[in-house]
Design a protein. Sequence first.
Length: 498
Amino acid sequence: MKILFFLHRNFARFGHALAVNLKEKHLVENFSAYAHLRLAKEILESQNDIKYEPLLLDEDIHEKYKKEKIDYEFLKKLENDYGLPNLWPHITIDRTLMYSILPREYPSDKPMYSHEDMLRILQVKAKTIIKLLEETKPDYIFLSFIGATSSMLLYHLARKMGVKTILIYLPGIKNLLSLTEDYNRLTFSEKIFERIQCGDYKSPRADEARKIIDEFRKKPATYHTMNKPQKNIVHRFKQIKFILPGNLWKNLIFLSQMVFKKRDYSEERLDWFLIDRVKRKFRSIIGYNDIFENPKDNEDFCFFPLNAEPEITLYLYAPFHLNQPEIARQIARSLPVGFKLYVKDHPIMYGYRTRRFYKELKKIPNVKIINSQISGYDLIKKAKIVTTISGTAGWEATVLKKPVITFGDVFYNKLSIIKNCKTPERLPYLIKEQLETFKHNEEELVNFLSAILEESVNVDFLDLWLTERNFEKIKNDTGTKKLASLIANKIGLNKQTL
């Protein structure tokens, strides 16, 4: 058994902890790794638990494009064999290649690379990954997320070559973490759900599913505190605290470290860092109070929460719906004549969006921009219908028995009560159908959540991934061990109950 780990960005510690658990508890011996950032490679090189053979670094591979000559015959064959149906999805998934984000802050939308350079980058990474797969011949590939050209290529090349893939999926339900073979579906859960729906199987997790649904209806809560509006309140005074003596000294040390640090293609430059931070500070100080509105009592409205950017909920699950203002415009034009469209931004986006972004939305006659600090759950409860591109708001609205329309690929599209809109022409008819004929199906909802529970584990994933630096704590965490056991089950190493 050989497993290739793709360790995307800061996932290295958690991913390595999973590998150690698989080695110690499930006797997996052979590991290779494709690290996305230099920090990830350094973490793997600094430990003695596992020798990853080979251990590749995406940032080193990326640099080779400068000496690469475009081989159009190779690219044509690559597109023919692995295109979707062309190769652009492998490029557009990468926010650094397409929008310069990471070196720059959102809302940057200007690429640093020419079309020809993008082709060179794609070519050199594809050649490296093909060689990696052919030489190492892994049985499974484990990916945290797909959010870059390299991970997108690895996923699709591996599947076409017959290598099985296992991915992490965060459904946004409590602290559940699921596994899947397909990045835009919960494949393992769907198989169980279909059996339950056919009457061939009764889930032992049905009572637990009902309890979770009932608890959420009584007291809706985000799956992580970082998404709470209260956690993202921006105070104007805090925007200038950096000039206080203690903070100023710390900031000068931080900036001096940026000057001398080895810089890879996906890291910020000092000049861009300063420009982007100053812009965001000014936007936060000025605020949006003259633009934001509060909900009005007894008003018929459709709720459309904006997705945070840049996130895979858009770039991966809805690559043709990245222009959120245009989606809002289409929804507004598709509503019954007396309806308003309430647009509310994700709380973490405060200060990142330009004032022009919201002002363009306000030009739409029946649109209101709702203060991002207002609870989305209160808006869902009062809304006649909820529309979302691919956010968790659609799932939450479904639990709260509201009709939902989605635009992207998202796990709860599997439910028959969800309407997925692929073309603008269909939208007015779907809205009319959902408003006039929608009927909540509690049994289907319980069955679906039961299936998800059977193929998920409880783990404080975002805390362990984003903030925890103690490797032993990550490795010995109960959730980490459960996830390693779930992975072992999926690759046929054990059948123990989680």
